[in-house]
Design a protein around this ligand. Structure first.
Ligand code: SF4
Length: 267
């Protein structure tokens, strides 16, 4: 069965699909406009980023927080059999079109595998396992049928299971339900937030320094610009690399074992 290690990007085994497939709009995240399916002008011939060491100062913060959940190398090495789009022009369009589908499937696996890893998930373990198998089957689709995968239906099936696994993990902690709330800029420094649900909440620029986020549900929460210095995130639920990369923290911020400290964090 898929592990979280399988859902970690391995750029050395990919053909820089994320530097070609998505469209960029000039913003605080990207310094340029770029249409979907067109290679970024900073992409070198060897599939490396020519400004990798200075992405943030050059205005490409969005590139530092992007995470494909390992979808890139899966497509490059398995679905398309190691064939490079630069050498096989006919593969460029289907390969780039496949990235959002595979990324969506891998992201779903990221959440489902986390839910399965929780000891409290026993009441839903059977259903979670069944769904992981279905998503894995979709991931294994050949290139021709991958675009037809109904990822929406898989997400609909996953939603109540992930919610239930979260409720079981947070049971007894008395955390408030802030799902979907707009808490942008909220001052939550040092707050005891154990067991809170921030599912789908807006926490942009929120001040969460030294907050206790034990068993806090962060699925889909927007934490762009949030201050996580010294926050306890090690046992938080459904946290992603993209979320971490969009926020700031330091060496005191504790993280779940499957996640790494973003390079731009201080301390
Ligand atoms: S700036 Fe670098 S990492 Fe970002 S899309 Fe362009 S080549 Fe890729």
């Amino acid at each position: 069965m898929t592990t979280r290690a399988d859902l970690r990007a391995d750029c050395a085994r990919c053909f820089a699909l994320c530097c070609v497939a998505p469209a960029f709009s000039r913003s605080s995240e990207f310094a340029i406009d770029k249409p979907a399916g067109v290679a970024c002008p900073h992409l070198a011939a060897d599939h490396r980023c020519s400004i990798h060491e200075r992405l943030r100062p050059e205005g490409f913060a969005g590139c530092t927080s992007y995470d494909c959940f390992g979808a890139g190398q899966r497509l490059a090495q398995v679905t398309f059999g190691g064939r490079d789009w630069r050498a096989h022009d006919e593969l460029t369009t289907p390969m780039m079109a496949a990235l959002p589908v595979m990324r969506g499937l891998h992201e779903l696996l990221w959440y489902l595998v986390e839910a399965l890893d929780l000891t409290s998930s026993d009441p839903v373990r059977g259903k979670l396992t069944e769904l992981v198998r279905l998503v894995e089957d979709a991931v294994a689709s050949p290139a021709e049928t991958l675009p037809k995968v109904d990822i929406g239906a898989l997400r609909v099936a996953a939603s109540p299971l992930l919610r239930e696994a979260s409720a079981l993990a947070r049971d007894g902690l008395g955390g408030a339900d802030h799902a979907g709330d707009d808490l942008s800029g909220a001052d939550l420094r040092g707050a005891d937030l154990r067991g809170v649900s921030f599912r789908g909440a807006l926490l942009m620029e929120a001040r969460l320094a030294d907050a206790d986020l034990y068993r806090v549900d962060l699925l889909g929460a927007d934490i762009r610009g949030a201050d996580l210095t010294g926050a306890r995130l090690a046992e938080s639920l459904y946290l992603t690399r993209t979320q971490l990369g969009s926020a700031s923290g330091d060496g005191r911020t504790t993280l779940p074992p499957a996640l790494e400290r973003p390079a731009h964090w201080t301390g």
